[in-house]
Design a protein around this ligand. Sequence first.
Ligand code: CMP
Length: 411
Amino acid sequence: MDDGKASLSPWDAWIAVCATAGAIHASADVVLDLSRASRVALDSFLSAMLFGDFLVRLRRAGGKDGTRSRRAGGLVGDLLAALPFALLLGPTPFQLLRLLKLSRVARLLGDWRSREVRHAAALRLAFFVYWFVLMTHVVACCWIALRGPEASPDGGSRYVRALYWAVTTLATVGYGDVTPSNDAQRIYAIVVMLLGVGTYGFVIGNVASILSNLDPGRASFLHRMEQLSAFMSYRSIPPDLQRRIGDYYRHVWRERLDHDETQLLERLPPGLRTAVALHLKRDLLQAVPFFRGASEPFLKEIALEMKPSLYPPGDIVVRAGDRGREMYFISRGSVEVVAPDGTTVRARLSAGDFFGEIALLYGTPRTATVRALEYCDLYRLEKELFDRVLAHHPEIATEIEARAKERRGEA
Ligand code: CMP
């Protein structure tokens, strides 16, 4: 960032608009000799704005050191771009100094893009179109400049022809109906054609990457499905198993957009991690009765420690007779509790319920099998934290113990 500001202020946005208008007008005015009235009005207005920006930047730069030489270079450029050459001298190549201000626009847009996380792909596309349009305009103006004074007197149609030539050449279409009329234009055409090949590749590559990044969840889902499909056919996975795996991936994509919160949380600093964890688990924490009145520090600890897991329909979450290392809270979906005989269904539990506490409380093997009835979003609480919760929060311990006794038929 050139001035340490944290956001694109209305002034910065306005200056970006003025700098763009200045660059477009200056390059067109030099070659097309636009009307004097519009030149006087626009040039004085833009000069006033750009000079105002120069003063603002001068004041901002005043108290800071460190990057002083770079700042000084930027300020000289700003001052040159603000000078009203067109007003003082009429159409003159000095007007092109207005284009220096585009470096400020580039920095502002770069800052904006690096900070904006919500519409990253859309912004990238918009900035890309912006620079492409500006470049095409400048290429068209240079084409007119090289044609010489003998060209058609109508400025509008000269510009449209030049723009048409610039777009067809940059897009590598090149119909050949607008052709160079002198050596300077021929040499220029060679340069723009070479530039066009690079630009074309750049456009195709960027647009493809921007479009695929508009929905990264979908892109990574489709990529994973392709890998999966290749793997399954290579390893001759049975069709039924293939279908179940495919269903699982589709569900993960539809319901969670394939964003793994564990990975996201690990990359955040502690403060943000706690805030995001609390936000993600708030619904669950509010659905579980004994968490509702719990203190904020306790909820934060629980939110951070509870780990998500997803079970497809029919999957067994805990099996009767196994050793218990964690208990589960149901965030979404439902499960059935089946007695060790494998047939008697003791209960059906759904969002807000918990299970797996008996083995942790009494140190016994699992007293029942718990099976997912549909896709279930569960949060796991490891035994270590479970013991800590019970030790520090007697009211919660009492509730869990009461539920466990009831389930064991002791209540
Ligand atoms: P645990 O024994 O650790 O593992 C199986 C879990 O099923 C058990 O803890 C309880 O949470 C749950 N469970 C067992 N019996 C019942 C029941 N009758 N009603 C509801 N849940 C039960």
